[in-house]
Design a protein around this ligand. Structure first.
Ligand code: TRP
Length: 341
């Protein structure tokens, strides 16, 4: 039986946080464990370089942290192929070929890239590689003939771009080589975890994240500092639940929905203090994070084995990507030496 194929990945620009966990990692582990898919998980160091060319050390250091985060949440190299983007040369030849099928104005319309360009404040110094990374991402996805791409909502434009490239390639060269992927997104309302400060996005640059690698003491401190209802000054005051980050987190993390409903009611009535709900949230988070943290520590004691795992994964990924590249060269007709070596 041929299985459906999953490909996804992350840029290694720092450690992963619980926003990544909720937005994507948890889904990947669940999909992996169904046994129904061939899963490829890629650490996208070359994509990370598109806006960090002068800081490769950051990417190098983050690569191993991301690998540890993967293993910690339960991605299993026996079930998923975990590999490193820069070590797969076929991806870059595919990218070059695909670039000829995409217009500059199409790239300039990509809403996610547009937002990133604004946020990063490139001004007149926008690297070409950054603008074109959606094309490279199409190469990542199609090299493995992935049908399913579990990602956060912000990645939908990359999938649309990939599908356009697939159709264009197959039509142009009159073949059926590349495969259109579908996205796999977190359930509505759970895709994006707000930051500790109530900002809509949890991110390293905003300094409002809980990391999978944070120790228990750090998590507790962060939880106690969380944004709640700024008008809930005295314990007896009625408090607001909407937009209250503590309750947003409880909705996402606490499997005990009845207790959450009761806490909300009490909070809205007045008489339930912020410290109490924060202590409760901390307990709920610990139940999920403690086993992750323990696994992470165990793997961190043997980094050699982790690099070994990435090497093996990259070897396997290379075989698959090379096969697709061969088919792409055949389609274009760049196979002059086919029977010569
Ligand atoms: N763009 C993704 C991110 O920023 C990382 C990524 C690179 C990716 N290539 C991919 C995700 C292919 C899914 C499929 O996190």
């Amino acid at each position: 039986m041929t299985k459906e194929i999953i490909l996804t990945g992350d840029r290694p620009t720092g450690k992963l946080h619980i926003g990544h966990y909720i937005g994507s990692l948890k889904n990947r582990v669940m999909l992996q464990n169904t046994g129904k898919y061939d899963s490829y998980i890629m650490i996208a160091d070359t994509q990370a370089l598109t806006d960090n060319a002068r800081n490769p050390e950051k990417i190098r250091n983050s690569l191993i942290e991301v690998a540890l985060d993967y293993l910690a949440v339960g991605l299993d190299p026996e079930k998923s192929t975990i590999f490193v983007q820069s070590q797969i040369p076929a991806l870059f030849e595919l990218t070059t070929d695909y670039m000829d099928l995409v217009t500059l104005s199409r790239l300039e319309r990509n809403p996610t890239v547009k937002t990133e360009i604004k946020q990063k404040g490139f001004g007149d110094s926008l690297p070409v590689g950054f603008l074109t990374y959606p094309v490279a991402q199409a190469a990542d996805i199609t090299a493995f003939k992935a049908t399913l791409v579990p990602v956060g909502d912000d990645q939908e434009p990359m999938l649309e771009q990939t599908r356009e490239i697939v159709r264009s390639f197959n039509r142009t060269y009159n073949v059926d080589v590349l495969v259109e992927p579908k996205g796999y997104f977190p359930p509505k309302g759970q895709g994006r975890l707000p930051g500790l400060d109530g900002n809509a996005k949890m991110s390293k640059s905003l300094g409002n994240a809980i990391y999978l690698s944070d120790d228990a003491e750090t998590v507790k401190k962060k939880v106690m500092s969380m944004y709640t209802d700024p008008n809930h000054i005295h314990v007896e005051d009625p408090g607001q639940v909407e937009g209250n980050t503590v309750f947003t987190y409880l909705d996402v993390f606490d499997p005990d929905k009845d207790t959450v409903a009761q806490l909300k009611e009490d909070y809205q009535k007045g008489g339930l203090g912020d410290v109490k709900i924060k202590r409760y949230l901390n307990k709920v988070l610990e139940a999920e994070l403690a086993p992750i943290r323990e696994r992470r520590q165990k793997y961190a004691e043997n980094l050699d084995a982790v690099y070994d795992m990435l090497y093996q994964g990259s070897q396997k990924a290379n075989q698959v990507a090379d096969q697709t590249l061969q088919e792409v060269r055949d389609a274009i007709g760049f196979n002059y030496f086919k029977n010569r070596g």
